[in-house]
Design a protein. Structure first.
Length: 489
């Protein structure tokens, strides 16, 4: 009797299974029919096509027909990668809701964000970032989404990535200059990439563009403020590198006679106004700064006055900066908005008695001999003093060495500057434009300046760099770094 009961049970299970299989086949056939009605087949190829078509209703039919949501194509990409490449946000939303990871690695280890960048789907890039896509992941070749965009000239998506990858913008600019990606250079500098960035071997973006024969990139970099006179550790400037690589026309472009505007010393007020104007010109591209204590938009009007010098000011305190290694308090609530430095097309060769020998840059560099009271040819700069004096520094390992020094003055602005032999001549010290997040007021900051935070602590500017400002607490010594957050830094 027991064996008869077992046979009956097995028969019943077989009937149930057969009925289930039949129902499943019937459901699949119904799905196939529905798909045929709208021009699709129940195949992986058409699953990807539906994703690209942004057709969520059809994607649901595929799932009902038993196709796995994580199906891959021959290259290893998912339907989410297909949606990203096509800019199909509805498909992407559905696929994420069905469990696909926003940073799912596909062909060549690339994420949907990387695929969207390469497809120049700017809106999709923005959308994926809002869904939490990680912008600094790397593909199997070591490229981030930003560097892939630079390599392929995807200027639009780079504008979306820039605010999420500020620490990588200088490296991206160097790569863009190397390849002559003019549109990319324009976008990166608008979001803070610095024309003062350097490769490990000392080459600047202008040098890279010049030696690789990219005339349009050279023109843009000069327009953006790149110095024609910066040299690498071997003493070669951009024109030298262009000549060495067989691009004499670019060398001529760089070495054209310096315009009068380069032979000036701007006043602190002029420098501040120019930096403020540059930030305003690109402010529509910047995300709003939203600290907990930020005042209303009415405070922005105060920022339109010429920014004051940071020296002696009392500014807000809060969590806008990060302590470097000390684990100390967050420091003053400031944002670095811009950076500026400018080299002069004149250098000191030597001083003998009361006469200085200067080298004037230009299409044909010339040497001039000047004494106190003489004007520099073709400029409004006059020599105030020439001398030789003892100077200590890193170059001579801190040991006093005699150097030639020429003091010049701009007869229009009244600004003065010392030019020292062996040191690149600059129109002013490196200067940053910083913004008090609580009030919106802006200030210029140079090395050595002191100010006080609303927390009562005194701070000093340790260093001003193209992409960051380094601040230290005078009493405690805690160091804080403000990364650049501004247009055309």
């Amino acid at each position: 009797m027991k064996w008869q009961a077992r046979n009956l049970l097995a028969t019943a299970l077989c009937v149930i299974a057969t009925a289930g299989i039949a129902a499943c086949k019937k459901r699949v056939e119904a799905v196939k029919a529905d798909l045929r009605d709208v021009g699709y087949q129940l195949t992986p190829e058409d699953w990807f096509r539906a994703s690209r078509d942004n057709n969520v209703a059809v994607l649901k039919k595929f799932i009902a027909g038993g196709l796995a949501v994580d199906t891959r194509d021959a290259a290893g990409d998912s339907a989410l990668h297909a949606a990203a490449a096509a800019g199909a946000e509805k498909s992407a939303t559905y696929l994420l809701d069905r469990g696909l990871a926003v940073d799912l690695a596909g062909a060549a280890g690339r994420t949907p964000l990387m695929v969207a960048v390469l497809a120049k789907q700017t809106r999709m890039v923005r959308w994926l970032l809002r869904q939490g896509a990680a912008p600094r992941l790397k593909d199997k070749d070591g490229y981030t989404a930003l560097m892939l965009g630079v390599r392929e000239g995807c200027a639009g998506p780079l504008g979306e990535l820039a605010v999420h990858t500020r620490e990588d913008l200088d490296a991206a600019l160097l790569a863009a200059a190397l390849q002559g990606q003019t549109e990319v250079i324009d976008v990166l500098t608008k979001y803070g990439a610095s024309v003062y960035a350097r490769m490990e071997d000392g080459r600047s973006p202008l040098m890279l563009a010049a030696e690789n024969g990219h005339a349009k990139a050279v023109e843009l970099l000069l327009e953006l403020g790149s110095s024609r006179f910066t040299t690498d550790p071997d003493g070669h400037n951009a024109a030298d590198l262009a000549t060495q690589e067989g691009h004499p026309e670019i060398a001529d472009l760089i070495l054209k006679q310096p315009p009068a505007a380069e032979l000036v010393l701007d006043s602190p007020a002029q420098i501040a106004a120019a930096m403020d104007a540059a930030v305003e010109a690109g402010s529509e591209r910047e995300p709003a700064i939203q600290p907990a204590t930020r005042s209303g938009q009415g405070d922005r009007a105060t920022a339109r006055a010429v920014p004051a010098a940071l020296e002696g000011q009392t500014l807000g305190a809060g969590a806008a900066t990060t302590a470097a290694g000390s684990g100390g308090p967050a420091g003053p609530q400031l944002v670095m908005r811009h950076y500026r430095e400018r080299e002069l097309p004149v250098t000191v060769k030597t001083v003998q008695n009361d006469t200085a020998t200067l080298r004037m840059a230009g299409a044909t560099p010339t040497e001039v001999h000047v004494r106190a009271g003489a004007a520099l040819p073709g400029s409004r700069l006059v020599v105030v003093n020439v001398q030789r004096r003892m100077k200590s520094g890193k170059a001579n390992l801190g040991k006093p060495t005699e150097v030639s020094v020429v003091e010049i003055k701009d007869t229009t602005t009244g600004a003065t500057r010392e030019l020292i032999a062996g040191v690149p001549s600059s129109a002013h010290d490196p200067v940053a434009l910083v913004e008090d997040v609580n009030t919106g007021k802006r200030y210029t900051a140079s090395p050595g300046q002191h100010f006080r935070g609303a927390d009562g602590l005194e701070y000093v500017i340790n260093d001003v760099r193209p992409n960051q400002l380094v601040i230290a607490e005078v009493a405690g010594g805690s160091v804080h770094t403000l990364p650049l957050r501004g247009a055309r830094g």
